[in-house]
Design a binder for this molecule. Structure first.
Ligand SMILES: [Zn+2]
Length: 197
């Protein structure tokens, strides 16, 4: 699951539909954990060349016109409007990653959350725009869990796919096996709800 999905996923349970959901990451796909750690080392040095390469020109920043276009905004907008949108996306996407058990993304997500968004473009803002786009769209969660804080339900992410089904369509056996496999990372109240103690 790509992190940007947190921006749109709502609880599928009848009568709930709560948004946004919380994400716990147990495992990244393939070598994504290593890629994230490498990106963190480069980012700390102010080097975003690898991020740019992966993003393949999907971010267009024009300092003269003061405009930004990226995957988060999906259209060109003034930096003032973009700053507002960027803060909204930080709230809907990155603040909802409540744990990364691999530890790979923690420092980068904190760098995004704690970034003080300026009202005009500068190098720091441009770098964090690239970082946020890269983390939201270019790495994939292999295993994890989405939690609805309103109704308490949880939804497994199995082999990168979030299983977002209403109660009557869920595979109870598969859900239980998944929770048992990752039990050391699953919050106690979720295990207890499934009768796992
Ligand atoms: Zn819910």
């Amino acid at each position: 699951m790509r992190l940007w999905l947190l921006d749109i996923l709502a609880c599928p349970a009848d009568g709930c539909k709560h948004y946004p959901l919380k994400l716990l990451i147990f495992e990244w796909e393939d070598d994504d954990a290593k890629r994230i750690l490498r990106a963190g080392e480069s980012y700390a040095k102010g080097d975003i060349s690898d991020l740019k390469k992966d993003l393949k020109g999907s971010i267009k920043i024009d300092r003269n016109k003061g405009t930004v276009e990226d995957e988060l905004a999906r259209s060109s907008m003034s930096v003032e409007d973009y700053a507002v949108l960027f803060k909204e996306k930080v709230d809907s996407i990155f603040r909802n990653v409540v744990a990364d058990e691999t530890g790979a993304s923690t420092s980068l997500i904190n760098a995004i959350i704690n970034f003080n968004v300026p009202s005009k473009l500068d190098e720091g803002f441009e770098n964090v725009i690239h970082l946020a786009n890269w983390l939201a769209f270019k790495v994939n969660v292999q295993s994890g869990i989405l939690i609805c804080e309103k109704c308490g339900r949880s939804f497994p992410i199995i082999e990168t796919i979030p299983n977002m089904l209403p109660d009557d369509l869920r595979d109870k056996k598969e859900d239980r096996e998944f929770l048992l496999k990752w039990r050391k990372y699953v919050p106690k109240r979720i295990l207890e709800a499934e009768g796992i103690t």
